[in-house]
Design a protein around this ligand. Structure first.
Ligand code: GLU
Length: 389
């Protein structure tokens, strides 16, 4: 007689949401793997090959046997070079003890929220926001509090609104200067006011600066440049966007030594650090930053211009060029459609037109879409033509 075995089904107590940007990118990749022609405007990545110096450094590390566990906080040469690069580029005052190498910027953000925000505390997020901020906050049992911005206000935060969102439970403010998805950049005066407000209310400031190298029309102001607020500011940086190194998974955190020590402990119990080979590649990237960053920036600026010009021509609109980043965030009405349901539209754009976009709803704003312009110019034009069809 056959014994009946009860099937087990896994469930989780975690408030889990999968990332919409990653999900759309995966759907596009699956379609492509089935042999379909896909126009992928979903995940933001500068689609460029590894710089020869970066590739050579990775190969050298492999052949030199630098393939065992690296130090948890990152190889000292990379930490020192990264701190030096931040200081010279953005007028900061970091040392090796203020610097941590992570498995990509996203894990940096993840571990900062895990380390410093308790369940039921509040984290202020400026909307539209990068999809993963609220998801990570919820994952750790804390509550995201959204402060909305509008296209009419240039997607910029209003200080009074920000102030009124602060409660006794507020622990952290996330700023994404060089915003994903809107491309908004904050000036020195605006950044100073935001930091002063945060200091007045004893908030930690998580400043996501991963697009600081992709600023097209003005200088970049880091939250870390205001030394009087340094005790509460943690900056997240990444090699992904600056050096077109998304697949290498190298992020950086800069902050007070006390914060870095805590984050190193988390890393010692989670990732044990990032790939040693990627770290040597990142070291070479930073050593060649003066050449690589302008190359990536100029290429992305050209792609931005081609994307926006082609869009405006095809759809007879006047979309503005974003000041920073890799994205255009525009209303569905710019495509000449009356519907507002961005999720449904993205589903149809992918199934009918083979164009992958990310719905505005995932960034907190219904009725909008995000298109990434990291692909080459011919691909961008072909994608927009397919969208038009
Ligand atoms: N940060 C990029 C984006 O928003 C990469 C994908 C992700 O990790 O979200 O498209």
């Amino acid at each position: 007689m056959k014994l009946k075995i009860k099937r087990f089904m896994f469930t989780t107590h975690l408030l889990l949401e999968s990332s919409s940007t990653v999900a759309m990118n995966s759907l596009a990749a699956e379609k492509k793997a089935r042999g379909e022609r896909v126009y992928n405007l979903s995940a933001g990545e500068p689609e460029l090959p590894a710089h020869p110096a970066v590739a050579a450094a990775a190969m050298k590390a492999i052949y030199a046997g630098k393939t065992l566990y690296p130090p948890v906080a990152g190889i000292p040469e990379l930490r020192a070079a990264a701190a030096d690069w931040m200081n010279k580029t953005y007028n900061t005052a970091y040392e090796i003890k203020n610097t941590l190498v992570t498995c990509g910027g996203k894990f940096g953000i993840f571990s900062i929220i895990q380390a410093f925000v308790k369940p039921s505390e509040e984290v202020i997020i400026i909307s539209p926001y990068w999809v993963s901020y609220p998801a990570i906050v919820r994952l750790f049992g804390a509550n995201p509090v959204f402060v909305n911005t509008t296209e009419q206000d240039g997607w910029k935060i209003n200080l009074e609104k920000l102030k009124s969102a602060i409660t006794p439970e507020t622990k952290m403010l996330i700023i994404n200067n060089g915003s994903n998805p809107t491309g908004v950049l904050y000036s020195r005066a605006e950044m100073q006011e935001i930091l002063r407000l945060a200091a007045d209310h004893n908030l930690i400031v998580l400043s996501d600066e991963v697009y600081s190298g992709l600023t097209y029309d003005s200088d970049y102001i880091s939250a870390a440049a205001f030394l009087e607020f340094q005790d509460r500011v943690i900056v997240v940086q990444s090699c992904s966007k600056h050096f077109a190194m998304t697949g290498w998974r190298v992020g950086l955190i800069f902050g007070p030594e006390s914060a870095i020590k805590i984050l190193i402990s988390i890393q010692s119990q989670s990732t044990t650090g990032t790939s040693s080979i990627s770290q040597y590649a990142a070291l070479s990237a930073i050593q060649n930053a003066g050449e690589i960053i302008p190359q990536v920036r100029i290429t992305m600026q050209e792609r931005r211009d081609v994307f926006i010009n082609t869009f405006n021509q095809l759809f007879e609109t006047e979309l503005k060029k974003p000041a920073a980043g890799l994205y255009s965030f525009f209303p569905l009405s710019a495509l000449g459609v009356v519907e507002k349901d961005s999720v449904d539209f993205c589903r149809r754009a992918l199934s009918v037109g083979n164009v992958a976009l990310v719905p505005g709803l995932a960034f907190g704003v219904e009725g909008y879409l995000r298109a990434a312009f990291g692909a080459n110019q011919a691909e961008l034009i072909a994608s927009l033509q397919s969208l038009k069809k």
